[in-house]
Design a protein. Structure first.
Length: 420
């Protein structure tokens, strides 16, 4: 019984295998032909290998360059490839969909002597990874070893357009190309050296840079009371829901600490009020990280706010008192200045009067001196008159007798002369 079961099982397995395996007999295939040297002469003694249907077979050509190979392939048609070699010469030929007998001739070729060229290395850098639209990006490259050769730069714009430019490296192998970027988006570029007979070609790395719209951010900070600071600002062009980072410095801008984030409204404005636990001079700065199409931005000048301390408030009160006292003293000084001005006017008037009196006194002195001189003159004249009067008086009283005596003498003398 057991043997019968085994027989039945074996019979079943045989039937199953026979249903899935199809036994096929090999198909004969004859391949023949001639092998020729590069100049067309027969290649005698050349080794020939025929490949077809997963099988292969080799033979050697006769003196006339003929070969013949018989193969048994699983099925036809098949693709046949014939490879022939003689010394340093080599050649091949092939046919598709071959059945039965086929002629395939092979012409050998002189091997190509490959000259080993010196390898080159090409690198490319970009002056900045992010650039405002309509500005210039500088592509900087270098080829090693240092060669002065033509280099192709392939640039892909954001819209997919490909630009090809040619530059020449200098003696140091360096080259530069200035590219004006006029489209917002991601640009890419790489350099390619086509090679020469002595140097192999090479391709550089690909660099990417992002062209965006320029952005500005402004802000101001104002102290409200003694503990509150109000900050307002704007991102332009107006950008809604943009995150702006507010930083603070307590040491005059030497160190900046992140304080908080604020979000812009639909017009790009942001505003916030901060309750501060410190006092003194506070500096605030706003930074916009940018977006896919907008460049990052930072305020050009920090906003300054000053929160007074308790001591400073007391000092302010004292300063106010001093200011009022200063104002009172200034007014008093002003009044005194007016009085001084009036006194100076009076002094000037008195000076003029004194000057006039001095002039009149000088005139009086001159007149007095003249009167004195005139008096002296009159006195002298009077003295002279008195002297003359005295003389005349004396003469009058003594002159008559003398005259008589003189007359007598004259008469006597005259009389004598007459007598004579």
């Amino acid at each position: 019984m057991r043997r019968l079961s085994l027989i039945v099982l074996l019979a079943t397995l045989v039937v199953m295998v026979s249903c899935h395996v199809e036994l096929k007999a090999p198909v004969p295939l004859a391949v023949w032909g001639y092998v020729y040297m590069p100049d067309g002469s027969p290649a005698s003694g050349a080794k020939v290998t025929v490949y077809a249907g997963g099988v292969s077979k080799s033979t050697t050509t006769g003196s006339n360059g003929k070969y013949k190979v018989d193969l048994a392939v699983p099925k036809t048609p098949v693709d046949v490839k014939v490879v022939a070699r003689k010394g340093e010469y080599k050649g091949s030929a092939s046919r598709k969909n071959v059945e039965g007998v086929v002629r395939i001739d092979v012409r050998l070729k002189k091997p190509v002597v490959k000259v080993r060229r010196k390898s080159t290395k090409l690198t490319l850098e970009v002056s900045r990874k992010e650039c405002p639209v309509n500005e210039t990006v500088i592509l900087i490259g270098k080829i090693e070893p240092s060669l002065s050769v033509d280099i192709d730069i392939i640039i892909t714009r954001p819209d997919g357009e490909v630009l090809r430019v040619k530059v020449t490296s200098d003696k140091r192998g360096e080259f530069v190309y200035e590219l004006k970027v006029d489209v917002v988006g991601t640009w890419s570029a790489y350099a390619r050296f086509p090679g020469t007979k002595d140097y192999a070609p090479s391709t550089s790395n690909t660099v990417e840079f992002h062209v965006k719209y320029p952005t500005t951010i402004s802000m101001k900070a104002e102290a409200v009371g003694t503990k509150e600071v109000c900050i307002v600002g704007r991102v332009e062009p107006p950008t809604a829901n943009a995150t702006v980072v507010i930083l603070i410095s307590l040491d005059g801008g030497m160190t900046w600490l992140p304080l908080c984030n604020v979000t812009t409204d639909e017009n790009g404005y942001f505003k916030l009020s901060l309750n501060m636990s410190v006092s003194g001079l506070l500096l605030f700065k706003a930074i916009f990280a940018g977006t896919e199409k907008l460049l990052p931005a930072e305020v050009e000048r920090p906003a300054i706010s000053k929160l007074p301390s308790k001591e400073e408030l007391e000092l302010r009160k004292k300063v106010e008192v001093l200011e009022r006292e200063k104002e009172r003293l200034e007014n008093q000084v002003k009044e005194l200045s007016e009085e001084n001005k009036s006194l100076r006017a009076k002094i000037e008037e008195l000076s003029q009067t004194i000057l006039k009196l001095e002039e009149e006194l000088e005139l009086y002195k001159n007149q007095t001196q003249e009167l004195q001189e005139e008096t002296s003159k009159l006195t002298l004249e009077l003295e002279e008159s008195k002297r003359k009067l005295s003389f005349y008086t004396t003469t009058t009283f003594t002159g008559i007798p003398i005259s008589i005596l003189v007359g007598v003498l004259i008469g006597i003398l005259t009389g004598k002369r007459i007598k004579l």
